[in-house]
Design a protein around this ligand. Sequence first.
Ligand code: S3P
Ligand code: PEP
Length: 443
Amino acid sequence: MSHSAEPIPMTARRSGPLKGEAKVPGDKSISHRALILGALSVGETHITGLLEGQDVLDTAKAMQAFGAQVERLGTGEWKVNGVGVGGFAEPEGVIDCGNSGTGVRLIMGAMATTPVTATFTGDASLSRRPMGRVTDPLELFGCEVTAREGKRLPVTIKGAAEPVPVRYKTPVASAQIKSAVLLAGLNAPGETVVIESEPTRDHTERMLAGFGATITTEVTDEGRVITLKGRPELVPQPVAVPRDPSSAAFPVAAALIVPGSEIRVPGVSRNPTRDGLYVTLLEMGADITFENPREEGGEPVADLLVRHGPLKGVTVPPERAASMIDEFPILSVIAAFAEGTTLMQGVHELRVKESDRIAAMVAGLRANGASVEDTDDTMTVHGTGGLSGGATAITHLDHRIAMSFLIGGLASEQPISVDDGSPIATSFPDFLPLMTGLGGQIG
Ligand SMILES: O=C(O)C1=C[C@@H](OP(=O)(O)O)[C@@H](O)[C@H](O)C1
Ligand SMILES: C=C(OP(=O)(O)O)C(=O)O
């Protein structure tokens, strides 16, 4: 389902110190994968901590359409009765993935090597995003693809009746491409190999191994070589979804820029393939401590203690981009509150997210008084230790743009508004109550 058609304007105002505990929702990437692997297993997968954002709910609905039984047992607690690898039924209707690139691309991969036909759609944002990056490698398995001009949605895939395994080097650093190919490889005989020159989030590999697939990762001169043995029987596993480091970034940023703040964010994933923002913040001089490090549900997690303090501008190297790809919008806001210049390199992929995130941040930050520049592959913010605010940022159906500007408004001189906060529900449905609970003035 695409989210509400009615825009919901929101405004954030300069707030007093933020205090308390921020229990951010479950990890979005892991939530999608838990539902999809649950649907491809034989038997019952029990999930706790699932993100109940619209993106993930759309994936749950899609798994039902392909024949899995998906049931909500309580808050964040779900069970999936799967149909097994190669067991997807042909869906009756169109699969609407709403705003979710991860949902549509991973599900395309999961069905491409099963002899069923499905048509995928999404909202206006998803319909602008490139799908050829996934359908091109999927065609190598033997499926047939028809798409709108420019390889955009709607896309129809006729799954391969006799799939062949594939060896594929990803042309851009993308966990969605890697995951789509691996999921397609599940129902191909023999070994499917994905080679990535830059490491990207590894949740698919971790979870496939957890569900009993034979999968190995070798670090070579070419990059990471991931080899999956096809046609495993996936065995259901309990999945405890850790809290999302990409969502945690918003209250963390707020605590760093609102004077006098001190907050705790418990149980956040510290998977090294997702940790780039936190590495960067420490380099900026942020006061963050990682307490009680432990392993939960196969992922390293820790409790974050975050305090306001002075920040300085830094250079973020291009090889770090993949490990913080969704965090650049909020980093650009934090950078405006730092002293000195922050240069973000290797960020061209931001141009094909829910919006062109570089263009959206540059426009909104400039309107609110920041000095910002961009090239195709970089974004530069000249921090002055504050932001004047006073303008409305355009969010272009992009949850991260909306949340980033609202966080900026908690510490800017004048309020900051966004034209439409409704997309926030795709990844962080409780963003407003959580932030107001810490003392933030947003509404
Ligand atoms: O695999 C995933 O769960 C994701 C991968 C990233 O996209 P790309 O693979 O397009 O970089 C990220 O931006 C997205 O939010 C989630
Ligand atoms: C890019 C994102 O998600 P997706 O690609 O799944 O739409 C995101 O959540 O920032």
